[in-house]
Design a protein around this ligand. Structure first.
Ligand code: RIB
Ligand code: CA
Length: 307
């Protein structure tokens, strides 16, 4: 049984990732921690409640940081909708969020059961960076950390060179990449290289179930955005790919470990992921990069959540 802690900023693709994890027979979502990212902390937390309601999961939800450590960056409402779930206007969840702050929960959960929990980070790394500063032993106490973030060839989706999660809180990303080893990183370029096909998207949308209806309602805006961008129906799934890598590591068909750092000061490059592809820095390789993944299997994991 894979026991998951999910740090997230839902977010349409965050929702897909959490749905797949919730439906995965050999995994259990032990806790969800939320962070400001795609939309405000208030919205990401409300969205996490709605997603768990739809999936019938009783895991506790802990609200985290409503600001980045230093950055004052915007959200991604243009893609995820003003409410963060495709402006799907689901009624507020009756679910109660825990009083404990997400950062304290991340520390407490790992110390309560060292080596038992897999941490999957799907948004800006603010919560994880603060937790690591309060308890530097966390990397030894979480079984594994999988992160969605970064643009490993500097093909940014937010600035020319930076991916959204790393750009939203570059200091937090720099702290985690430097001081939380090992970790597995699913990047933006890997996301773009593993899109769902038109047929796969159509099959997902064709299901007749409340969960499928939820997926349709929250995803339509994103699908329209991507069809305009690419000229054909497709879906990019950054967070679902990261979750899939946590659920079934063999889904990553090719990986490589390199030294990776985050630029903090460049006028054009703040938040850039800097990969030492040729080992020139002399620094210890610290990040396992997921480079090729089994997209068909990733798609099956989301399919299974819609039945
Ligand atoms: O760049 C993609 C990442 O930014 C994903 O986690 C998406 O949800 C947004 O948060
Ligand atoms: Ca996300």
């Amino acid at each position: 049984m894979i026991r998951l802690v999910v740090d997230t900023d839902p977010g349409v693709d965050d929702a897909h990732a959490i749905m797949a994890a919730a439906a995965y027979p050999d995994a259990r979502i032990e806790a969800v921690t939320t962070v400001k990212g795609n939309v405000s902390l208030e919205r990401t937390t409300a969205n996490a409640c709605t997603i768990l309601d739809v999936m019938g999961i009783n895991a506790p939800i802990y609200a985290g940081c409503e600001q980045a450590l230093v950055a004052e960056s915007g959200g991604a409402e243009g893609f995820h909708g003003a409410d963060g779930l495709g402006d799907s206007a689901y009624p507020p969840s009756p679910r109660k969020v825990e009083a404990e702050h997400a950062v304290h929960a991340l520390i407490r959960l790992a110390n309560a059961e060292p080596g038992a929990l897999t941490l999957v980070a799907l948004g800006p790394l603010t919560n994880l960076a603060l937790a690591l500063r309060l308890d530097p032993t966390l990397p030894r106490k979480y079984r594994r950390l999988v992160v969605m973030g970064g643009a490993i060839r500097s093909m940014g989706n937010t600035t020319l060179t930076a991916e959204f999660n790393f750009h939203a809180d570059p200091e937090a990303a720099a702290i985690i990449l430097r001081d939380w080893t090992p970790l597995t990183l699913v990047s933006w370029e890997t996301t773009v290289e593993h899109p769902f096909s038109e047929a796969q998207v159509k099959a997902l949308l064709a299901h007749d179930s409340p969960r499928a209806e939820f997926l349709r309602r929250i995803s339509q805006g994103a699908l329209t955005f991507l069809e305009h961008l690419f000229g054909r129906p497709t879906m990019l799934e950054p967070d679902l790919l990261a979750m899939a890598a946590a659920l079934e590591p063999e889904i990553v068909r090719r990986k490589a470990t390199h030294h990776v750092a985050v630029e903090l000061s460049g006028a054009l490059t703040r938040g850039q992921t800097c990969v030492d592809w040729y080992g020139m820095s002399g620094k210890q390789p610290n990040v396992e990069l997921a480079l090729e993944m089994n997209t068909e299997r990733v798609w099956e994991l989301l399919q299974a959540a819609l039945i």
